[in-house]
Design a protein. Structure first.
Length: 317
């Protein structure tokens, strides 16, 4: 059994939002509301759900780009050979954490400094972490550009982000994350801006790294077909909570939660004669889920490592 690379326990990330000048006071937005999961070495978890459900906030909380409100985030510290909470890390340990935990952002336009060349952008993490000599660093940049399909790499080294297409910028963002050879990568819609022709090759590259280097992924996506191709397990998120978690094929073939069923029913089918049946969620559906367990907050296992949330979710009906 492979050890876990990351463990999330009861993670909460809340934001205070003003009610407005006339009303006064503040509301609390529960962007991430008490979620838990773990990812083993060399494995990948897909986090799927509609826009605004808390997927990216989860990713930013794990990478310490967003301050969590409560909960525990643990990662495997090789120097201590044990799971370590990020709350207990020293400054040097935080640097090691950032080296081994990388994130590929959704928007490549905002993820790069417009005043830096592509070479400077990809070199930056190697320089910060003092990895290799100048010659080794330049060779690593050229090699990773070839790997992500930007060839010949010499044509891209001295270009600026505004001189690249959206898909090329995204490939640079992927190269910058993967050049560190991290143990855990959070992918926030990394192939959404790529051409279909290059999308599969990038996903195959990421799967190859998972196999060869034991890289683990948290893969955020709206596309269940991509999640099926990339992920060993899928977690379905709604309004800051995980409502269902299972092995990929188990979840797609045997969805239990009404929201999961609605997501699967919305998958496009390349057949003009196919008549889609819209899955309507009823109060009876929610009551059947709630009656599975007396504990209204935890995920209830129905068997075969398939978990479903039993708490009430406002806004589903």
């Amino acid at each position: 059994m492979k050890r876990n690379v990351i463990e999330i326990e009861n993670l909460k990330t809340y934001f205070d939002v003003s009610k407005g000048f006339l009303r006064g006071g503040k509301d609390v937005v529960k962007a991430v509301d008490d979620i838990s999961f773990e990812i083993a070495q060399g494995k990948s978890l897909g986090l799927v759900g509609q826009s605004g459900c808390g997927k990216t906030t989860t990713a930013r909380s794990i990478t310490m780009l967003e301050e969590k409100t409560d909960g525990n985030i643990k990662f495997f510290d090789e120097s201590q050979n044990k799971m370590t909470s990020i709350d207990d890390l020293s400054e040097d340990q935080i640097k090691n954490f950032r080296r081994n935990v990388q994130m590929i952002f959704q928007d490549p336009y905002e993820a790069m400094n417009p005043r830096w060349t592509i070479k400077d952008t990809i070199l930056e993490p190697l320089i910060i972490h003092n990895i290799g000599t100048d010659k080794e660093q330049e060779e690593a940049v050229i090699e990773i550009l070839k790997t992500v399909g930007l060839t010949p790499p010499e044509n891209y080294l001295n270009r600026y982000p505004h001189e690249l297409s959206g898909g090329q910028r995204q490939r640079v963002a992927i190269a910058r994350a993967l050049i560190m050879k991290p143990k855990f990568v959070i992918c926030d819609e990394p192939t959404s801006m790529l051409d279909v022709s290059i999308r599969i090759s990038i996903m195959d590259l990421m799967l190859s790294l998972a196999k060869d280097l034991n890289v683990s992924y948290l893969y955020i996506t709206h596309d269940l077909a991509v999640a099926r191709y990339m992920c060993d397990r899928i977690a379905v998120m709604y309004n800051g909570k995980i409502v269902e978690l299972a092995e990929t094929e188990e979840l797609l073939k045997n969805p239990i939660h009404p929201y999961t069923k609605r997501l699967i029913s919305s998958i496009p089918v390349p057949d003009p004669t196919y008549e889609r049946k819209v899955y309507e969620i009823t109060k009876q559906d929610l009551e059947e889920i709630e009656n599975l367990s007396n504990n209204k907050d935890d995920l209830y296992e129905i068997g075969n490592k398939h978990f479903v949330s039993t708490h009430k979710i406002k806004g589903l009906l």
